[in-house]
Design a protein around this ligand. Structure first.
Ligand code: 5AD
Ligand code: SF4
Ligand code: FES
Length: 351
């Protein structure tokens, strides 16, 4: 076995140069994916946790260069779900068997602290674990959501290269992003982050640093997605990321953070059929199927080719169950908190 992969498998530690060497060497890819799959098996078993994703608003005040929801994109019909619709979708998701729901949206100021806490409380009444993914908020807001019952928060750092970050996310500050991650951690959330792979001018060295950053902040979840250029953004002519590199970053993350939750991301499958299944066999242990109903899915247009935009939640649930069991894995019945992977939902106490 490659010496560095062997070391990573045993010690879960690599330095920047070692990570870079593995990122640069494409002859070891299969070995790397296999090692990550074995570490996932050893630490987390064969369980796959499903998180039902509700895309509740595509309105965003930010202007990220890569994202179809950016405020300057006038080619997108905007929507915002009502509280009743959100609760309806949440109820339906629970009826399909989801134990964790994710509320994801653009940075939409309509959803004030008061409105959001009310929604959080009502969803928590359904007995699910709840993840929020609504971007940068103040400490007070994060605190209020936590007190209302939110369990987890996802906010990707996107890249740890400050210059690249600030080029990609105009008028956003890298330091403020870091503050958000620190605040979430202080408040007791399970913290999820991650990056985009294949951004213009992103180097392998910068990606190696990103992977070390995941370890430094001891992230509980890391989502890696290939950047997919969107026609309605300034980066429409960019090359974009490829699945293999995204999988390598994911596999390396599994090796150095062996017990965290790592989703097989939607963007991976949007690039390659069965991309999520390949990811589940290369270190991932989570899938986040869309549980948004109706016409809204098409409008949550982060990037082109997004899978499942014409499908129903019921269809996706059946589809993913078939795919997961088809590779010999088991759909978990638990909430899938970090370090509590193999327990049954009924044994865990939520709040
Ligand atoms: N390609 C892939 N992922 C994207 N995201 C936004 N735009 C794109 C794109 N063009 C990701 C960002 C963000 C998440 C919600 O979607 O990483 O954090
Ligand atoms: Fe808004 Fe998030 Fe898209 Fe940036 S990545 S424009 S913050 S939805
Ligand atoms: Fe949506 Fe397969 S998960 S169609």
């Amino acid at each position: 076995m490659n010496k560095l992969i062997e070391k990573a498998k045993l010690t879960h530690n690599l330095d920047k140069d070692e990570i870079l060497e593995l990122l640069q060497n494409d002859n070891i890819n299969e070995e790397l994916f296999k090692a990550a799959d074995e570490v996932r098996q050893e630490f987390l078993g064969d369980y796959v946790h499903l998180r039902g994703l509700i895309e509740f608003t595509n309105i965003c005040k930010r202007n990220c260069m890569y994202c179809g929801l950016r405020r300057d994109n006038k080619n997108l019909e905007r929507y915002r779900l009502t509280k009743e619709e959100i609760l309806d979708f949440a109820n339906k998701a629970v009826s399909y068997g989801y134990k964790t729901l994710v509320l994801q949206g653009g940075e939409d100021d309509y959803f004030t602290k008061e409105r959001m806490t009310e929604i959080v409380k009502e969803i928590k009444n359904l007995g699910v674990a709840l993840t929020l993914s609504l971007g940068e908020k103040t400490y007070e807001e994060y605190k209020a959501f936590k007190e209302a019952g939110a369990d987890r928060y996802l906010i990707r750092i996107e890249t740890t290269d400050k210059k690249l970050y600030e080029d990609m996310d105009p008028n956003m500050s890298f330091e403020e992003r870091l503050d958000c991650l620190n605040n979430l951690r202080d408040l007791g959330y399970e913290v999820g982050s991650g990056i985009l792979v294949g951004l213009p001018n992103q180097t392998l060295e910068s990606i190696a640093k990103d992977i070390l950053f995941f370890k430094l902040i001891n992230a509980d979840m890391i989502g890696i997605g290939p950047f997919i250029p969107n026609e309605d953004t300034p980066l429409k002519a960019s090359k974009g990321g490829d699945l293999t590199l995204a999988l390598k970053v994911m596999a390396l993350t599994r090796l150095i953070l062996p017990d965290i939750n790592i989703p097989a991301t939607t963007a991976m499958e949007s690039l390659t059929p069965n991309g999520r299944i390949i990811a589940l066999q290369s270190g991932a242990n989570v899938v986040m199927p869309n549980v948004t109903e109706g016409e809204y899915r098409k409008l949550y247009a982060l990037y082109p080719g997004k899978i499942c935009t014409g499908d129903t939640p019921a269809h996706c649930r059946g589809c993913i169950t078939g795919k997961v069991t088809g590779i010999g894995r088991i759909i978990s019945d638990g909430y899938g908190f970090r370090g509590n992977q193999n327990t049954n939902a009924h044994d865990e106490s939520l709040i």
